[in-house]
Design a binder for this molecule. Structure first.
Ligand SMILES: [Zn+2]
Length: 751
């Protein structure tokens, strides 16, 4: 009986010893395939190399392709008895096993390089027996491979953090050189990382990594791998760590591209050629950073920008935040695809719908107080300038971004019509039904993204043709065969070319904006550009979106945490950044003029009534109409009334009744804004009066707030320097024995 047990044990031992000589299966040791995915810009410049989570690496490095210093540093750091043991270190295993059994959980023990390699190949779930299993395989490994080959396998598979697997990937990532070219100092630095790649991350814990590097260098001296002079030279060497930003070019652009593929799809791809123009992207990144820094006193910490090529719908540049690598201010949030309230930025589409249904740019809309009862209570829309402007033309209402007219127009169209139009134009973010947003939709109560806005505006530049924007030109699979090219994107007509033309004409009309935004604002560019601004409730978000025939540019500024800015409007917030981006684009391609199209006619109208101009109207302006919708009747607002001689006073007093002497500019209720950049002395308003030709004028007098400011001779215009405040303006016309006086005009000048 005892004999039987003895022989069974002996057989078992023999079997175990033989098992230690079983080789590790060959396929386990094959070099892992190259699994990186490269994202290129449109000119084939590398933006990012994405290594797969597991086994991704640049290239398998053979021993002669690795710096001897790195080999030595790795042995000093991880396994100084590497050339002497047979795969395991018995004392270390015993100690680790004892500790594990004792505490009933896994305590890390000193592993040899062979054991670490086994762990890397087999991915054991860690438990108290995995150490023994690992040791058994490590001994088998030593029978399968030479020490040199084990080291090569190890150095090509181990993680060096930041998705760099293998020494070649690590050398490229951190020092931008091959593994062969690493210096002793760099070798010791990299050799220290695999012990704890997330803790010893060179980007977040550089000092800690350097501390470990020094420790390893001293160990190398103790092991006589280096002599003292060489050690001292290495201790003095300044490490030139390649900044993260050099390896993560156009970071939000690349993230956006990757988000369009599942993990499984990504594994099949080797190259994505994007639509990004990297030289432009770099310039926009710098502009965004500089402008946010300049605005920090206004409580602004971030900005985003998107540029689309109108002809192709390709995204040329996408900057998601001020600094992708800034951990404070949420730099990694991509503001170009974040949901935000657009403020007035959706108004052009409301008016576009109205124009489609027969309204004209000369249509008169009421801008007077109005109340709506909604499920949430009474709602009273207000204008940005906190004023009402009486009767305004559609052109002025849109250009000056008045809220009340926009709400009135949407009320007549029905909120559902706008909702369906916006959905049709790719605003997929509007996830609730039309009833949820109601008439507030035109004032921007629904959340959308900057990219959606830019995509929608680009359809106006295309004459009403909507084209799905894209960030990808071509995709190549792992065999480098092109899998996808252009041609499958959605396109449709969302507005007629004529309606698009009228909207463009209004949005590029610098004069029409003046009552709300003043002269020479930062939206003025040296070439025609259609622009719209938007500001969300409580100054949380600030937008400027605009286009030329070639490009559509959208800019957002604000804070990712939603905290408000201080009194920033689209003109002072995004405006200068928007302008600088377009000036940068202009340096590459000359921006063109918008070309006139068929089916549009120009008609002279009365600015106040929007009807055909008559001889008595105080002014005249040219408006454009879709042929057939132009006004047919003459203005009836302005009748000529002669004062009879008998009612005249020869004493020329100030209390004369209202006459047909009228101030034609500015208009009653106009609001001017002082441009903070432009020199004050350049910021003037030109007052103009009209007077019946029959009246023989000696001179005009301009009175402001009851004080005479100027006598201008027989011509009426007077240039007045803008000063903040409220003003009542009247004009007097004097002849030899007669004085007539205009109705007063009230204006307001904002700082
Ligand atoms: Zn008129």
């Amino acid at each position: 009986m005892k004999k039987k047990i003895f022989f069974s044990l002996l057989a078992l031992l023999l079997f175990f010893i033989i098992s230690l000589h079983l080789p590790i299966p060959k396929q386990k040791l094959n070099p892992a395939p190259v699994l990186s995915l490269r994202i290129l810009d449109r000119g084939n410049n590398l933006l990012r190399e994405v290594l797969s989570d597991e086994g991704g690496r640049c290239r398998w490095a053979e021993i002669e392709e690795i710096s001897p210093d790195l080999l030595k540093a790795t042995i000093a750091a991880e396994d100084r008895r590497f050339f002497r043991h047979r795969g395991i270190s018995i004392p270390a295993i015993a100690r680790a096993t004892f500790q594990n059994l004792n505490s009933w959980h896994v305590v890390s023990g000193a592993s040899t390089i062979s054991q670490q390699l086994i762990r890397n190949i087999y991915h054991f779930r860690r438990n108290i027996f995995s150490k023994l299993h690992e040791a058994w395989l490590a001994i088998r490994l030593e029978h399968t491979l030479s020490k040199k080959d084990i080291l090569v396998q190890y150095l090509n598979r181990i993680s060096y953090g930041n998705q760099a697997y293998g020494i070649e990937a690590a050398a490229q990532l951190y020092f931008d050189k091959t593994a062969k070219m690493l210096s002793l100092a760099e070798s010791a630095f990299l050799a220290g990382i695999p012990r704890a790649p997330s803790i010893l991350n060179p980007y977040s814990a550089f000092d800690l990594s350097v501390k470990r590097q020094r420790l390893i260098l001293h160990q190398m001296l103790a092991l006589r791998f280096v002599d003292l002079p060489k050690l001292n030279r290495s201790l003095d060497e300044q490490l030139q760590l390649i900044p993260n930003s050099k390896k993560f070019r156009a970071p939000h652009f690349c993230d956006y591209i990757l988000s369009q593929f599942s993990y499984a799809e990504r594994q099949q791809l080797s190259i994505i050629r994007s639509t990004c123009d990297y030289s432009l992207q770099k310039k926009v990144e710098i502009l965004v950073k500089n402008h946010v820094n300049a605005l920090k006193d206004s409580g602004i910490t971030n900005a985003s920008a998107v540029i689309i090529d109108n002809f192709s719908g390709e995204i040329l540049s996408l900057v998601g935040s001020k600094d992708f690598f800034a951990s404070q201010d949420d730099g990694q949030v991509n503001g170009a695809i974040s949901l935000r309230q657009p403020g007035s930025a959706l108004k052009p589409f409301t008016y576009g719908l109205a124009l489609e249904r027969g309204m004209t740019a000369a249509a008169i809309i009421d801008d007077r107080p109005i109340q709506y009862s909604t499920p949430k209570g009474t709602y009273m829309p207000r204008n940005y300038d906190k004023k009402f402007h009486g009767q305004v033309r559609l052109r002025t209402a849109l250009a000056c971004s008045y809220n009340v007219p926009a709400v009135r127009v949407l009320e007549s169209l029905g909120p559902e019509a706008l909702y369906l139009q916006l959905k049709d134009m790719g605003f997929n973010s509007l996830s609730q039904g039309p009833g949820y947003y109601g008439i507030g939709l035109t004032l921007g109560n629904g959340e959308v993204t900057l990219l959606e806005l830019v995509q929608a505006y680009s359809s106006l530049a295309r004459g009403g043709k909507w084209l799905e924007s894209t960030a990808i030109l071509q995709v190549y699979d792992s065999e480098n065969t092109s899998k996808m090219t252009q041609g499958i994107r959605k396109t449709k007509n969302v507005f007629s070319p004529q309606v698009s033309y009228i909207l463009t004409h209004i949005l590029s009309d610098q004069d029409a904006r003046i009552p709300a935004f003043g002269y020479n604002s930062s939206l003025a560019l040296p070439f025609p550009c259609a622009v719209k601004t938007g500001t969300s409730k409580d100054f949380r978000d600030n937008w400027t979106i605009g286009y030329t025939p070639n490009h559509t540019v959208g800019v957002w500024v604000g804070n990712f945490d939603g905290s408000p800015m201080f009194n920033v409007s689209g003109v002072t917030g995004c405006g200068p950044l928007f302008r600088d981006i377009f000036l940068t684009l202009q340096n590459n391609i000359r921006e063109q003029e918008f070309t006139k199209i068929e089916g549009i006619i120009e008609i002279d109208i009365c600015p106040e009534s929007g009807k055909l101009v008559d001889k008595n109207c105080p002014g005249t302006m040219t408006e454009i109409f879709i042929t057939g919708t132009e006004p047919k009747i003459k203005c009836t607002h302005h009748q000529h009334v002669y004062l009879s001689q008998s009612s005249e006073s020869k004493t020329a007093q100030m209390d004369f009744p209202a006459t047909d002497l009228a101030i034609t500019y500015p208009r009653n209720g106009d609001v001017f804004k002082i441009d903070p950049v432009l020199r004050r002395s350049y910021q003037t308003v030109r007052f103009v009066a009209s007077v019946p030709k029959e009246f023989p004028i000696d001179r005009f007098e301009w009175w402001i707030n009851g004080k005479k400011k100027s006598e201008t001779g027989t011509q009426s215009p007077y240039s007045w320097k803008l000063q903040p405040g409220l003003y009542t303006i009247t004009v007097l016309a004097r002849s030899e024995n007669r004085v007539i006086k205009s109705r007063p005009v009230f204006i307001r000048v904002l700082l």
